[in-house]
Design a protein around this ligand. Structure first.
Ligand SMILES: *[C@@H]1O[C@H](CO)[C@@H](O)[C@H](O)[C@H]1NC(C)=O
Length: 136
């Protein structure tokens, strides 16, 4: 076996196998956690709410919610992706369908596995813990 074969093929292959091995061990010791985000249209004056959520990889598309109806999505929290973030826009007729922005799931901020939000005109509440819309 020539040295150049070792340097160009064998070493990268060994490194790759090592990475795969370490990843497998890490995944086994930190099982993926299932997170469910539920959004309840609790807007004042019984208005329809349009919700559109995205993450870095996923566009969940727009959803129209009748008053007191919910929309939910689930995902597996992945340790390889250190900060899962889902951000959404919210629109309703009384505010001329203006876009309101909110981070509906932020792994650094949220410790919930059932993240059940209620949406009001001023912002969003998670089990009575309320936050205002983001500015942009
Ligand atoms: C949405 O929230 C309202 C007010 O808390 C509640 O009455 C209603 O049952 C909820 N809707 C769903 C589908 O859970």
């Amino acid at each position: 076996m020539s040295p150049s074969f070792t340097a160009t093929c064998a070493l990268p292959l060994m490194l790759m196998l090592l990475v795969v091995h370490v990843t497998t061990i890490a995944e086994a010791s930190y099982p993926l956690k299932k997170i469910t985000v539920r959004i309840n249209n609790t807007l004042e004056n019984n208005q329809e709410l349009t919700v559109h959520c995205k993450s870095g990889d996923d566009d969940l598309g727009p959803h129209n919610l009748l008053p007191k109806n919910t929309y939910e999505f689930s995902f597996k929290r992945n340790f390889l992706q250190p900060r899962t973030l889902f951000f959404c826009t919210f629109q309703w007729p009384e505010d001329q369908f203006k876009l309101h922005y909110f981070d509906i799931y932020d792994q650094k901020r949220d410790d919930c596995s059932k993240c059940f939000w209620e949406i009001y005109k001023f912002g969003a509440c998670l089990y009575g813990n309320c936050k205002r819309w983001n500015n942009s």
